[in-house]
Design a binder for this molecule. Structure first.
Ligand code: AMP
Length: 280
């Protein structure tokens, strides 16, 4: 695997590959890699000739300074995992290479940037827009792979690519889960053993709430989640919503043939976890 710290080096390497008509797949990450990230590398390898991964903890998408400072960083293990997965190129820049000057751009993602994660993490998606546009413009991949664990993020990235007319296909990949159902996340490694036991309640509640939404209704599902979370002292609900899969507008009832998704953000201790379950 080629490891580069500068985008100029990545560009030089990839221009040779592009001259040979190789297709480029790109997987942007913030590191502290787990099998969820590796599943994106595998998807890219299936359909592209060259797979590029980036590891960059993007400061502009953190609305909370503490969250940025304590974000896990495990570069040596990350490199090993990517080598084992057969990733071709790793771009591991420092802040100056990504932002030689302050990025003052303000994106307009409309309604999508007012709800759920956007409402609870103001400015977060503007930072995501900044870093993703810089990375996609620098690397110019044919396809870029994102996890549907960050469901709203995938929608934002698709809107970004459309607005900026970037010639890249955005591919949404399934959520990988631990054996007990907890969605894999870099933040899981910050949980204490006691918190980790509590965290596994999240997928259990989400599955039960999905069934309640289908059998009784959306407000019953919401009450169920609120009641379950309140029972656990170290849990605090940020939001739970049932939304239209295409628009992310919150639903109060499921209509026949309605494609719906339930989305949650919940604190376990100080660690904020997100997850989503389709209501099929
Ligand atoms: P992050 O490093 O958290 O910014 O995530 C980098 C990419 O990996 C994003 O597209 C995430 O949606 C994706 N990802 C994170 N966790 C998972 C997971 N459990 N399953 C699949 N993809 C994931």
């Amino acid at each position: 695997m080629q490891v580069f710290q500068l985008i100029s080096e990545v560009k030089t390497y990839l221009s040779l590959q592009k001259q040979q008509h190789k297709t480029i797949g790109f997987v942007p990450t913030m590191g502290a890699l787990h099998q969820g990230h590796i599943s994106l590398i595998n998807e890219s390898k299936k359909v592209c000739d060259i797979t590029v991964c980036s590891i960059f903890v993007n400061p502009t998408q953190f609305n909370n300074a503490n969250d940025l400072t304590r974000y896990p960083r495990t570069p040596e293990v990350d490199i090993q995992l990517l080598e084992q997965a057969g990733c071709d190129v790793l771009y591991m820049p420092d802040v100056k290479d990504v932002y030689p000057t302050t990025d003052t751009r303000q994106f307009n993602f409309g309604y999508l940037d007012t709800i759920l994660e956007a409402e609870h993490r103001p400015g977060h998606y503007n930072g995501v827009g900044q870093v993703v546009s810089i990375l996609l413009t620098g690397i110019e991949p044919n396809k870029a792979f994102f996890g549907s664990k960050d469901y709203q993020q995938v929608m934002i990235v698709k809107a970004l690519v459309k607005q900026l007319k970037l010639p890249v296909e955005i591919i949404s990949c399934p959520i990988l889960r631990e054996d007990d159902g907890l969605a894999m996340s870099s933040r899981n490694m910050l949980l204490t053993p006691e918190e980790r036991k509590i965290a596994k309640l999240v997928p259990i509640m989400m599955e039960e709430a999905r069934d309640i939404a289908k059998q009784i209704g959306v407000s019953a599902a919401k009450s169920y989640i609120h009641n379950e979370v309140v029972k656990v002292p170290i849990m605090k609900l940020d939001y739970y919503e049932v939304c239209d899969t295409e628009t992310l507008e919150p639903l109060t009832a499921l209509k026949p043939n309605q494609q719906a998704i339930s989305l949650i953000a919940v604190f376990v201790g100080n660690i904020r976890l997100i997850d989503n379950w389709m209501i099929d």
